[in-house]
Design a protein around this ligand. Sequence first.
Ligand SMILES: C[S@@+](CC[C@H](N)C(=O)[O-])C[C@H]1O[C@@H](n2cnc3c(N)ncnc32)[C@H](O)[C@@H]1O
Length: 176
Amino acid sequence: MIKLVYNIKVYREVLRDIIQSDDVVVELGCHVGNSTRIISKLATEGRVLALDNSPEAPLAMNALIGEHPNVEFTKADVRLHETLEAVAKKIRKCDVLSVDLGGGYHPDTVFKVFFIWSSTLKPRATIIRNRGLLDFLHSSSSNEVIKSQEGWLQSSGNDGVPPRLKEFKLWSSKIS
Ligand SMILES: C[S@@+](CC[C@H](N)C(=O)[O-])C[C@H]1O[C@@H](n2cnc3c(N)ncnc32)[C@H](O)[C@@H]1O
């Protein structure tokens, strides 16, 4: 399941709908943890890996971790391969991926981050908060139907990356 939203209230409602108690959740763009707090109360028996590169994030996130030990915070740029690699090595599975890098900005970056992280972690469900992608979804049409049931684009499978791009070796089993 891939859910696309813009309104922050809808974003949080969808998180409440899809997160189960033993889920491992990766949250990209946690800022000061206002949605992380909600996620941590839903995934009580699971783990929440929250990431953000804002200087405002560490103090607030460390305070949140004091109250909710199932949360782990990393200050990092989620566009970087090394950030994804570190998370992929920490977790055996990812059930839910949430992507909120600033809902009003950069649909191009948000899509690329979604595509690379979800293709690597293969979550059951992904929620993306972005206005431009929502606009694209509702403004485009096609007579062809290609559709995924999971939280990643199954039509791309492991074939999306040319083998020469070694930095994407986590993404495709074809790259050694
Ligand atoms: C709208 S805020 C997130 C709000 C939060 N999801 C919530 O529900 O309260 C967007 C966050 O994305 C973070 N962000 C944007 N680009 C990023 C990147 N490349 N790497 C890490 N964090 C990023 C920003 O620092 C900012 O804190």
